[in-house]
Design a protein around this ligand. Structure first.
Ligand code: COA
Length: 162
């Protein structure tokens, strides 16, 4: 795995990250529906509320190699969002490291529930999330989005997968 450090994201990071996303479908799968395509850094920074939401990067050689957000959903729930690893750095454990940092950050901020949403056909991401301890939590919606929740924080045991 490349050496990297963790820090809050900056607008210049998002300007670099737009080049990791090559199609409108890839943009939607990563960041959700309704975003401008083609996109560029300033627009995307605003559309993903990067100033409002806690946004972080793993950085190597001064350049972002992974990005993710923590959205405060209230009631001590933190929501992982916009998880992405640079295409040149995938399958090296960075997605896992990124999510572990975000989960630790959520704990530090007092969350006792950690959730995320993922398109049900995004098998790479689902594999990663399951490995981290997320389980499906609630029905898939009409757009094919599956809610997941970190198992160790689930209190409603009737709602989780075995
Ligand atoms: C999903 C994503 C973040 C994974 O990042 P990554 O750095 O490649 O993931 P890791 O190397 O940490 O992989 C950890 C585990 O996740 C699973 N995984 C990751 N990529 C996978 C793939 N392409 N196919 C199958 N399993 C995969 C594997 O279990 C993997 O462990 P292994 O490599 O020992 O088999 C990355 O593919 C990505 O940025 N995708 C585009 C954006 C996106 O879809 N984000 C998710 C939005 S919900």
């Amino acid at each position: 795995m490349p050496d990297s450090h963790w820090r809050p994201a900056r607008p210049a990071d998002v300007a670099a990250i737009v080049h990791w996303v090559e199609t409108p479908k890839a943009l939607e799968r990563w960041a959700g529906p309704g975003l401008t395509w083609p996109t560029e850094g300033t627009t995307l920074w605003q559309e993903i509320d990067a100033s409002e939401n806690a946004s972080f990067c793993l950085v190597a050689n001064d350049a972002p190699i992974a990005f993710g957000q923590l959205v405060d959903k209230g009631e001590r729930r933190a929501h992982l969002a916009r998880i992405i690893v640079s295409p040149d750095h995938r399958r090296q454990g960075l997605g896992e490291r990124l999510c572990q940092h975000l989960i630790a950050e959520a704990h530090q901020r007092g969350a006792d529930t950690v959730t995320l949403n993922v398109f049900v056909d995004n098998l790479a991401a689902i594999d990663l999330y399951r490995r981290l301890g997320f389980v499906t939590h609630g029905p898939i919606d009409t757009r094919g989005i599956q809610p997941m929740q970190l198992r160790q924080f689930i209190h409603d045991v009737d709602n989780i997968d075995p």
